[in-house]
Design a protein. Structure first.
Length: 304
């Protein structure tokens, strides 16, 4: 499969308290498997102030073919139907398509998505969309068994090589702790609080051998779920980028949109914000940012 053009995403570097985090390395003993199945020698390693997952691809001593050429993370009953955008940070040497496969119980379904990694042994945010593609309706709100990550697609390539994973998350708008896609159209009335992340843009993903430039607009999605009688929309704790309230204001002309609180980030003026996590421009999380340019809540901020 040939890559058409590169996937460059700022939005996936956004970190919010209300995202669904599948794995972030925190709270795990260094050297443990961090919840991953024992494929490809999973090990938690330290990288600066972070704990990340390291995998080493190897031939199979037994079991089914190519078993140790992927990483597998049990996800239990995470609601992928309500939260369809999966992101993760990945680092490896080779440029290649990286495939993720969401497996259902007893092999009930296997939804695959691919995204391109540029190579060069640097961290990159990978984005996978389960809201599009011919099998998107196979995704369920419960019963999602395991997420498999294949750095060289579903093959035995890369034997002896390592790859690293961090911050596997589901990133979309959330209401009351659940993905907004679970809400019926026109169902959100009165005062509505949105958490998670809200963005607008395009990216590439594939499921059938061709690359599809997918457009997403979380602001329009929120408007679709709001009733025309909604009076207040609080997005102060949501990460946001490319803000566009046009669709929401057209549907709810009198709505009040709250974009900042004392702990939310709307502007950073040389001080460290309370409710943010920081990433450098390489996509690496920084626990104690010093002077320089960082990404916080989807925005570039300068620490002085």
């Amino acid at each position: 499969m040939k890559k058409i053009f590169l996937l460059g995403m700022l939005f996936a570097a956004t970190v919010c308290n209300a995202q669904v985090v599948l794995w972030d390395g925190e709270g795990k003993e260094t050297g443990s498997d961090g919840g991953f199945w024992g494929r490809a020698e999973p090990t938690v390693v330290e990288e600066g102030d972070n704990k990340v997952m390291k995998f080493t691809l190897k031939a199979n001593p037994g079991g089914w073919g190519d078993e140790h050429h992927n990483a597998a993370l049990p996800v239990g009953d995470v609601d992928f139907k309500a939260l369809r955008r999966l992101t993760m940070r990945l680092k490896m040497t080779d440029a290649h398509n990286v495939l993720v496969q969401l497996e259902g119980k007893n092999g009930a379904y296997n939804a695959e998505r691919l995204a391109w990694y540029d190579g060069g042994d640097g961290w990159k945010v990978m984005v996978y969309e389960f809201a599009a593609g011919p099998d998107f309706e196979k995704i369920t709100d419960t019963g999602n068994n395991v997420l498999a990550i294949w750095p060289y697609e579903k093959s035995a390539a890369g034997e002896g090589k390592t790859f690293y994973i961090d911050d596997i998350k589901l990133e979309e708008p959330m209401v009351n702790g659940k993905g907004i896609r679970a809400c019926a159209d026109n169902s959100l009335t009165g005062e509505v609080k949105i958490t998670g992340v809200i963005g607008k843009g395009t990216y590439q993903c594939t499921w059938d051998g061709d690359w599809h430039p997918e457009a997403y607009d979380d602001y329009a999605l929120i408007a679709q779920k709001l009733a025309s009688t909604a009076t207040k929309l609080d997005v102060s704790e949501a990460g946001r980028w490319d803000e566009d309230w046009t669709a929401i204001q057209a549907k709810c002309p009198s709505i009040e949109i709250v974009t900042s609180t004392s702990t939310a980030i709307s502007e950073v003026r040389g001080q460290k914000a309370v409710a943010a996590e920081y990433f450098n421009l390489a996509g690496q999380r920084v626990a104690q940012p010093q002077k320089g340019l960082y990404i916080a809540n989807g925005k570039k901020v300068m620490m002085k």
